[in-house]
Ligand binder design. Structure first.
Ligand SMILES: [Zn+2]
Length: 502
């Protein structure tokens, strides 16, 4: 991380250093000097990210939602309709002295000195955040129509791909509301000055759910009762300010008093917390902040951020929950001349209704959207799992990941470097891998050093093969957090790890 950042963020960041050294996270294009806002996941980072995504998929699959996969590139017309071409902009200032650009927010304003060199800043205008590209080869380099036809953009969110397929998705759902669709994929924003590791990227992964529901049904979620007593730290819009005025409220109260717009939004805010808890985001570092009206995206009617308190960056949005109303479907309906309408079946209200003419109601559904920034969540997990501890005379770094997301499940060691122990340890390593458990084998250095290496990447169990193993088929299993060792029969090793979650 430090190789693309300067000044106060450089140097002594232990998490960034660990993430780089142990293969979680690398600056992209490093051998060419790097580029701000782009990171690659190394082997352990890719495993961690995949685990988080698997838990997420499973979580929304239990809501009955299906996943689709749509394109990363879209033609100009899509983003004209979605409003991103017109409204998806950030204001920038530029330093007169060092020519650095900065996004206007988070403390940087034209009246402030340049954060890089202290020079004077000036307005640089509004910049659209979408990456532009070209679809196919335009005939010659003709300006105007031909040019516009070939103009493409990298998607700034995955949601649009779901909206564009609405008619087909509705038919897939047998023409009934409500239903939910999820998508995980890359999204792209050409940020003006990304300087914060995984927090502000130009290419990043979003996990989004779009829930289509009739506007009249928004206040009647069938499973609202399951979440209504859940207490959340909320910062409603009216209170404003930075942090001090948060309230603890139940979801039920927040919806009843109109702080949260409706039951569907309330239900999905509760689900966001449940998911973040399940993967190990500490609940005492999480709050939900409502957007001010001027801060809301162009499509939003009500919008909340799930914010994580980072020791390094302060409060950081890691998920957003928006009521997008019928903005997107209406916009695509009028721009594409396509019906985005649902014909609701009439409700039969008993005998008296029976002979009345049954008229179908036509509506454009509303959309409730929980949207997760997976890379920011990965950063939050790394930061909150990291501990530096004194063990006797030594220090150890440990990542206390939950078992559900830890990249490596266990490590297998021979106690000492003897062929008969190595052979037995190799056998166990292969057997566990064959059974689908991701284990590592390590026979280099002292046993203490091998424990430290595994602690540092968050491996919850270390299994050691010794001479007793050869006699009575037992091994020692050492647990990461407590560092306690227990002797267990080889036959129970797998169960020891499986039963402990994940
Ligand atoms: Zn400057």
């Amino acid at each position: 991380m430090a190789s693309v950042s300067k000044g106060k963020e450089a140097g002594k960041d232990k998490i960034a250093e660990l993430a780089r050294r142990r293969g979680f996270l690398w600056s992209a294009f490093e051998i060419y000097g790097g580029a701000s806002g782009f990171y690659d996941y190394g082997p352990l980072g890719a495993l961690l990210k995949r685990k988080v995504e698997e838990v997420w998929r499973d979580f929304y699959s239990r809501e009955g939602f299906y996943e689709i996969e749509t394109t990363n590139i879209g033609p100009r017309r899509v983003f004209e309709a979605s409003g991103h071409l017109g409204s998806f902009t950030d204001r920038a200032v530029v330093c007169k002295h060092c020519k650095s650009f900065f996004r206007v927010d988070e403390g940087v304003d034209v009246s402030e000195p340049c954060p890089e060199c202290g020079g004077e800043l000036e307005e640089a205008g509004e910049f659209n955040l979408m990456f532009q590209t070209r679809i196919g080869v335009p005939k010659g380099e003709i300006e105007g129509r031909a040019q516009k036809k070939s103009e493409g953009y990298l998607r700034p969110e995955t949601a649009q791909g779901i909206f564009l397929n609405f008619q087909r998705l509705l038919r897939f759902n047998r023409d009934k509301l409500p239903f939910g669709i999820i998508q995980i994929g890359k999204a792209y924003r050409n940020e003006i000055s990304p300087r914060k590791s995984l927090i502000r990227l130009r290419e990043f992964t979003l996990a989004e759910a779009e829930v289509f529901v009739g506007s009249r049904e928004k206040n009647n979620h069938p499973r609202f009762g399951e979440v209504k007593d859940k207490k959340l730290r909320l910062i409603p819009r009216e209170e404003g300010g930075e942090g001090e005025k948060e309230k603890e409220k139940t979801i039920g109260d927040a919806v009843r008093t109109g702080i949260i717009a409706n039951e569907y939004l309330g239900y999905h805010i509760a689900k966001v917390e449940e998911f973040l808890d399940a993967i190990g985001i500490p609940m005492d570092k999480l709050r939900f902040r409502q957007h001010h009206r001027e801060e809301m995206a162009h499509y939003a009617r009500d919008c909340w951020d799930a914010e994580f308190f980072s020791e390094r960056y302060g409060w950081v949005e890691i998920a957003g929950m928006a009521d997008r109303g019928d903005y997107d479907l209406s916009a695509h309906a009028s721009h594409s001349n396509t019906d985005m309408i649902v014909h609701l079946q009439p409700q039969v209200q008993g005998e008296a209704d029976k002979d009345k003419v049954k008229v179908k109601t036509k509506i454009i559904p509303h959309v409730i959207e929980p949207s997760y920034g997976i890379d920011r969540i990965i950063y939050a997990l790394l930061e909150s799992a990291f501990y530096e501890e004194q063990v006797g005379k030594e220090k150890r770094n440990v990542l206390r990941f939950k078992n559900e997301i830890t990249p490596i499940r266990a490590a297998v060691f021979p106690l000492i470097n003897r062929d008969e122990l190595k052979k037995r340890a190799r056998q166990m390593f292969q057997k566990l891998r064959d059974e689908g458990i991701l284990v590592e084998y390590d026979d280099s250095g002292s046993i203490g050093r091998r424990y430290r290496r595994q602690d540092e990447i968050g491996t919850p169990y270390c299994v050691t093969i010794d001479y007793e193993t050869l006699e009575n088929d037992t091994v020692t299993v050492r647990e990461r957090d407590t560092m306690k060792q227990v002797r267990v029969p080889v036959a129970e090793v797998k169960a020891t790890m499986i039963l402990s979650g994940g």
